[in-house]
Design a protein around this ligand. Structure first.
Ligand code: BG6
Length: 454
């Protein structure tokens, strides 16, 4: 593997930091969500705010050389559009300096569904242009602040989810019914924000690198019937190609634009937006990859917009094993995605989230033997190497998701991704002790040799 290949961990703020009401932090939409029978609240997470030195030591021991963090909007800019918080920035100062001291390269993501509560209430989030402008203002401030120490940047986590209901259901920040037009409006506002940040970053800091990021799900047709193949292709066009085309070449997909115009939901797509989008140029294309899905066109009601096809048409894949949450395990799908992206765009590809959620409990004595996780990462890393060495793709690195346990996107501590166990449950914080699992030693041994022996 190349000597400068990145191996590491990837997280969001609200799933790791805790410290929800200290250090000058304002509230985000997550901070007002209560625990349920199957989930925790978001107040403490794994308390990385206070334990980052210990967590970075564990990452270093596994030979990680990159950590993708998020700089939380509401920690640095409590109302989202008002005064910045020097205390908020000071936390990330400490965190980033601690990474650099360990030769761990930081990657910053600027948004991970955690809308500042004030903007959620006042503006209904990215439905409003005011939120778009506020986000760009926040992003510029963070870029100016950390440009001397952080080279790798991402704007929106999983940018293709911003016109799916799912993201709003997870974060729960939008109120009222969302029409198709509104979903596209939100998506477009986030894309214009990305384009403005792209322009600013490249004009002012030519050495910094900015990537667009998607949740890249490979979609298989349920059968060889042309309508299944058509549905699978259409989902790819709307959910993946449309955004990567914009990041890489500066224009939305022709098919998607035609859909938007035909349904008259383009009133908010202004000429000046298209102008700034046309100037975009991604330095790398990043994505999360966990699983693949199958679509059955017969299940999709007529008139469903393509961005919702999967919500109706999804079907299980009898050829693949799954975890307890029915997420398929598909390493070849991973290779397929990497190779496909590189073939299409000839830009460096960066898988920045990968992993498997498993239910695990520590008995207080014995090491957790997470062989299923070891196999998952082993097979995915091997598939990535095939993509590099057989298919010729250029890949910057491989980041696992939540490799020190964190609550799931739904706040569930029962679904763990870590190579390190964090001792807490949904309703009992215990001591939040960190306990390496068997996969910790596995990462340590394979990364000591830069993954060469896989
Ligand atoms: C990604 C998100 O979609 O998947 C993370 O960026 C999330 O926030 C991860 O935690 C895994 O999903 P889940 O639902 O298993 O936590």
């Amino acid at each position: 593997m190349p000597a400068d290949f990145f191996w590491g961990n990837s997280v969001s703020s609200m799933q790791t930091e805790g410290a929800w009401n200290i250090g000058g932090k304002g509230k985000s939409v997550y901070d007002v969500r209560e625990a349920t029978a199957n989930s925790s609240d978001w107040k403490v997470a794994i308390d990385e705010y206070h334990r980052y030195e210990e967590d970075l030591d564990l990452m270093k021991e596994m030979h990680f050389n990159m950590y993708r963090i998020q700089v939380s909007w509401s920690r640095c800019n409590p109302t989202g559009d008002g005064e910045f918080s020097s205390e908020g920035f000071a936390f990330y100062d400490r965190l980033i300096d601690a990474m650099l001291a360990r030769k761990i390269t930081p990657m910053i993501c600027l948004y991970h569904f955690d809308m500042p509560l004030n903007l959620a209430k006042k503006e209904n989030g990215f439905l409003s242009r005011k939120t778009q402008h506020a986000f760009v203002r926040f992003a510029k401030k963070v870029i100016d602040y950390f440009a001397d120490r952080v080279k790798y940047w991402i704007t929106f986590n999983e940018h293709n989810l911003y016109f799916q209901e799912e993201v709003f259901n997870i974060s729960g920040y939008l109120t009222g019914e969302k029409t198709v037009a509104e979903m596209y409006q939100i998506f477009h506002h986030t894309m214009v924000a990305h384009a403005e940040i792209d322009e600013y970053l490249h004009a002012n800091y030519p050495k910094l690198l900015l990537g667009g990021m998607l949740a890249y799900e490979e979609i298989y047709p349920a059968t060889a019937k042309p309508n299944d193949i058509f549905a699978a292709r259409t989902i790819q066009e709307f959910m993946n190609n449309n955004l990567y085309d914009a990041f890489a070449t500066g224009h939305y997909s022709n098919e998607v634009m035609h859909f938007i115009e035909k349904h008259k939901i383009n009133s908010d797509f202004l000429p000046e937006d298209m102008n700034v989008i046309s100037k975009m140029h991604a330095d790398f294309l990043a994505f999360s990859y966990y699983r693949t899905d199958v679509v059955n066109a017969d299940k999709i009601p007529k008139c469903t917009p393509p961005n919702n096809y999967l919500a109706f048409g999804v079907e299980s894949n009898r050829f693949l094993e799954t975890n307890e949450w029915n997420w398929t395990i598909d390493p070849l799908g991973f290779r397929n995605v990497i190779t496909k992206i590189y073939n299409r765009y000839h830009l460096p590809v960066f898988p920045i989230e990968n992993g498997i959620g498993l239910r695990e409990h520590w008995d207080g004595v014995n090491q957790i033997e997470d062989d299923v996780r070891i196999k998952y990462h082993h097979d995915h890393i091997k598939a990535m190497k095939d993509s590099i060495f057989i298919d010729g793709a250029k890949v910057l690195g491989y980041l696992g998701w939540g490799l020190i346990d964190i609550p799931s996107s739904h706040g569930d501590m029962e679904k763990r991704y870590g190579a390190v166990y964090v001792d807490r449950t949904n309703h009992d914080l215990k001591e939040l002790k960190r306990i390496p699992k068997k996969s910790f030693n596995w990462f340590k041994s394979i990364l000591e040799k830069n993954g060469d022996e896989l």
